[in-house]
Write a protein that binds this ligand. Sequence first.
Ligand code: GLN
Length: 414
Amino acid sequence: MPAARKSAPKKTFASLPAKRLRDFTESVIREQTRLAHVHGAVNLAQGFPDFPCEPALKDLARAAIDADFNQYSVTWGMPGLRQAIAGKMGRYNGIRADADRNVTVTCGATEAMICAFLSNLDPGKEVILFQPFYENYHPDAYLSGAKPVYVTLREPDWSIDEKELRRAFTGKTAAIVINTPQNPTGKVFTRAELELIARLCQQWNVKVFSDEIYEHILYDGAAHVSPGSLPGLEDRTVTIGSASKTYGITGWRVGWAVAHEKITDGLRKVHDFMTVCAATPLQEAVRGALGLGPEFYRDVSAHYLRRRDFLVQGLEAAGFRCHVPRGAYYVMADVADFIREPGSKGRGRFRDDAELARYLVSEVKVATVPGSSFYKIKGKAATAHKLRFCFCKKEATLAQAIERLDAFRSSGSR
Ligand code: GLN
């Protein structure tokens, strides 16, 4: 038996995480999913479908395994998939891309974005984020040592205040993140807004990280404009996409980043050492999926439009005032009436949106995401009286959620 230690260290710091994690909290979206499991709640929090994907996609994945696409792929993605992505970029996004020089396949858009941050931003640089923002951008900034600078989208239509945007650009700004269609608001950036951003990026020599994961989910005639297709932005934009939302396969983790050769070189270095490659058989299946005809893409929007209208109608009837999204598959609802926080208009019994969301998941059995988790400016009424509901769910799931929310409202719980 080994001899016992004479004296153990009085205190051990072995469990302390690295300082760069100091400002991290658990993802609120994923926390709500966890709570939905604990409480047996309907999950309208995390944006993933609860219905099966297209049978054609399953066939493609099965065929890829059968054909023994089972080993690492070339680090930056299987050549056939990169060619399919380059073709789609030309056809749909108006961006000229060469499969070898400009396209990198990643483990979802999530990895593409962190690679863009880590390979382009030096510590101390600034990155502009529009808020409300998708919650990953914030940790991406911390991990790369960059400082996030926020520009708040103005309600009710989530417009950009040009003065505020101009003020955000400084000599330290290295990048701006654009997410169109946007999570959580459903805003679809207009060409005019993107042209304004393009002018400022050229003036200040700033790169664009453009998250276009919802590019095929558009309503009411909204058109998708890829920032990277605009004059002046072609060489300074990382265009990020994914198979996750378009094909309803968020667990496959196949995404991509398309950028100028020099930017791509850096991005590939981070990707190579971080994940090596995305799952090879699923890359091969996504190559096949990218060949689906135009009807498939029309159906994607029509499919979600029905669900959007169903959820918005149900929520409005239950007393939640909705911002109707023009893209993506989330609804931001105003819940000021339920909140008693000073400064908000509400007279309700909940302290803030987080408390309301906790009550909804545990008692009403509907999981949502408190709007404040998409903002960094805390304590302002505008950020603390929102909930995000996602509608990429079966109609039966949405109906059950609406029924429960309606019962909650009728019980006078406000
Ligand atoms: N994009 C999805 C959402 O906003 C899922 C986020 C995640 O957990 N990766 O809900």
